[in-house]
Design a protein around this ligand. Structure first.
Ligand SMILES: [Zn+2]
Length: 171
């Protein structure tokens, strides 16, 4: 016998209603988009560790309203927490601070902002070779729409929105 009428509360349209910041219920399983976001976070943490780790940044700092203090999480610990959240659907216990050096931690907002800049930098680096590839393919008689289709099929981005080729301003 259901204890709290959870079955009735879960209408067939539950998952269709777009409420991205709906707080999680007690034993509500993670929704697909939440799992996808967590997986993306996991990937981001790995990239951040690879990119920021060598610069002496050991992890990220999060303000925790429950403890009313900042939690310093090294990249591996953060990845472990995300993994646990993904698998178990609940936040892990709050890790006690281990006398971290605040200079070695960045805010998650900073980390995400850094990641955005890092990825767009990589994207820009890609633009020039793609532009050359487009020119080369044109030289071999491919039509622009064919080339566009080829790029899209390969998951690559068209060099310029206006359709021009190699129009990337010199840096
Ligand atoms: Zn806490």
């Amino acid at each position: 016998m259901p204890e709290r009428g959870t079955v009735a509360a879960r209408s067939p349209y539950h998952d269709l209603v777009d409420e991205p910041y709906e707080p999680l219920g007690d034993d509500e399983p993670l929704r697909d988009e939440e799992k996808a976001a967590l997986r993306q976070d996991l990937v981001d943490v790995q990239v951040l560790k690879e990119v920021l780790g060598p610069k002496g940044i050991k992890g990220a700092v999060f303000y925790c309203p429950d403890c009313n203090e900042d939690h310093f999480l090294a990249w591996d610990l953060l990845a472990g927490n995300l993994q646990e959240l993904l698998e178990a659907g609940e936040s892990p216990v709050h890790e006690p601070a281990f006398e971290p050096d605040p200079d070695e931690y960045v805010s998650w907002d900073y980390a995400r902002g850094f990641l955005d800049g890092y990825e767009s930098f990589e994207q820009e680096e890609l633009m020039e070779p793609i532009g050359r590839l487009v020119t080369e393919l044109q030289g071999r008689g491919m039509r622009l729409d064919e080339i566009k289709g080829l790029l899209a099929h390969s998951g690559l981005q068209w060099p310029a929105d206006d359709g021009s080729v190699g129009g990337h301003p010199s840096s």
